[in-house]
Design a protein around this ligand. Structure first.
Ligand SMILES: C[S@@+](CC[C@H](N)C(=O)[O-])C[C@H]1O[C@@H](n2cnc3c(N)ncnc32)[C@H](O)[C@@H]1O
Length: 190
């Protein structure tokens, strides 16, 4: 998927750019970008940020490194499993992640790890797709869910807010957009 996603960069900017910007432009201090993929969110971070991107896929990280090199941003990227982050507790001011909990084998474990490495007064900022509130769209998502998961390893009709609540994080703010297909969630550690 990595090369394909990298080729879709303009399309992504067109459809997801505004959500990425509004969700991540206020990320503060030392930022961990979990499952950073090809590094799509890096350009929306404040230039004063220090970013650490992690992803399980080296192919994704190769693109993320190129993205980082083209920006005036202090940062590194590392291969790592989001469900077992190799960082001490409380090491980041902000943890960000986008379109990722749909792909983690154990999203609750990944959210617990995000919480663990986030400082107690820090923030966990998520941007996710979700099962739409618009009935025909939800029906389509349900209909395609199994085939989409087989092909892309992504749960098309998942409910990220429910997962975040199940993980026990404190939800400070949640909003939906784009026919209910997109959600932003601001959470804090317990
Ligand atoms: C749909 S992509 C989203 C990438 C990026 N966050 C974005 O918004 O463009 C999902 C990403 O999750 C990564 N991923 C899946 N399972 C992972 C895991 N256990 N740990 C870390 N990254 C993982 C994939 O390699 C992929 O880059």
């Amino acid at each position: 998927m990595a090369d394909k996603l990298a080729r879709w960069r303009q399309l992504d900017r067109l459809f997801a750019g505004r959500y990425r910007r509004s969700q991540f432009e206020h990320a503060n201090g030392r930022v961990l970008a979990v499952a950073c993929g090809t590094g799509r969110n890096f350009r929306y971070l404040p230039s004063a940020s220090e970013v650490v991107g992690i992803d399980i896929s080296d192919a994704m990280l190769a693109h993320a490194r190129t993205e980082l090199d083209g920006l005036e941003l202090d940062g590194t990227v590392n291969q790592m499993d989001s469900q077992a982050l190799d960082f001490p507790d409380d090491s980041f001011d902000t943890v960000i992640s986008s379109f990722s909990t749909c792909t983690f084998p154990d999203p609750i474990a990944a959210l617990h790890e995000m919480e663990r490495v986030c400082s107690p007064d820090g923030e966990i900022l998520l941007l996710e797709h979700r099962r739409s509130d618009v009935a025909p769209l939800a029906w389509l998502q349900d209909w395609r869910a199994e085939a989409h998961y087989e092909k892309n390893g992504c749960r098309l009709n998942h409910e990220p807010l429910e997962t975040v609540e199940k993980a026990g994080l404190t939800v400070e703010n949640a909003a939906t957009a784009f026919f209910g297909l997109v959600t932003t969630i601001d959470a804090t550690p317990r």
